[in-house]
Design a protein around this ligand. Structure first.
Ligand code: ATP
Length: 229
């Protein structure tokens, strides 16, 4: 087990989660739910980030956690390479240049090291954000709708790339997209009625191929369940 959180989560007098008992294992756990249900709050609680809500319970998580969100948090004045090496620099460490170049190549950004973030497309910026997560090399990676601003083909490509690059780590990802949750999720959770509900994952390796005949049907079923929630 990489991380765990249990107890109750309260937003003032309103319970966001009543009998929370979540244990995260290596692989992808995808978290869905209606807007305002508390997905980002739960993710941030696990990541140890500030939230408006209060946890009455316990949290167990690694000291350092990777973070990837819709906003890529790139520093506009720094080059691609410098952005990639920034986190290590802030910790007083050095990410060797050869390793940084290797990571850029792994995410399809070979040769872009001296470019500025403004010259990257939305998909390329998220590739760089993924490389930064890989550079951090944390056991747990929290992802808050990281691909939701991307067009459909770029989004699918990022799902494939993230699944390939993050093998062996523990990922908790908030998403609004049932297909994305089912493609990546070894475990799929729906937050509804202040409780987490297990959605049966699809069989086979991750990511589930886009043309898997079971994917569209399962995604339609999950969407219907989300609409009824
Ligand atoms: N800074 C804050 N101050 C007060 N209430 C907040 C704050 N941040 C979130 N909330 C409230 O906490 C509840 C859960 O918010 P949260 O962002 O976790 O939901 P979510 O499921 O991630 O929603 P979405 O899918 O729209 O991002 C919501 O009712 C929201 O209004």
């Amino acid at each position: 087990m990489t991380a765990a959180i249990s107890g109750q989560v309260w937003l003032g007098e309103r319970p966001l989660l009543r009998a929370l008992d979540l244990h995260l294992q290596p692989g992808w756990t995808c978290l869905l739910g209606a807007s305002g249900a508390g997905k980002s709050t739960l993710l941030r609680l696990i990541a140890g980030l500030p939230v408006a809500a209060r946890l009455d319970g316990t949290r167990q998580a690694p000291e350092r956690i990777g973070w990837m969100a819709q906003g890529d948090l790139l520093q506009p004045r720094l080059s691609v390479l410098a952005n990639l090496r920034l986190m290590a620099r802030l910790r007083g460490e050095t990410l060797p240049r050869a390793r940084a170049e290797e990571l850029l190549a792994a995410v399809g950004l070979a040769g872009r090291g001296t470019d500025r973030p403004e010259t990257l497309s939305g998909g390329e910026r998220q590739r760089l954000a993924l490389a930064r997560v890989l550079a951090d090399d944390t056991a747990l990676v929290a992802l808050d709708e990281p691909f939701s601003a991307l067009d459909a083909p770029t989004r699918a490509a990022m799902q494939d790339l993230a699944a390939a690059c993050l093998v062996g780590k523990t990922m908790l990802m908030v998403t609004h997209e049932p297909t994305e949750a089912l493609r990546l999720g070894h475990r799929v959770l729906l937050l509804d009625g202040a409780a987490l509900h297990e959605i049966p994952p699809l069989p086979g390796p991750r990511p589930v191929p886009l043309d898997d005949p079971q994917l569209a049907q399962a995604a339609a079923g999950l969407l219907a369940r989300m609409r009824a929630a």
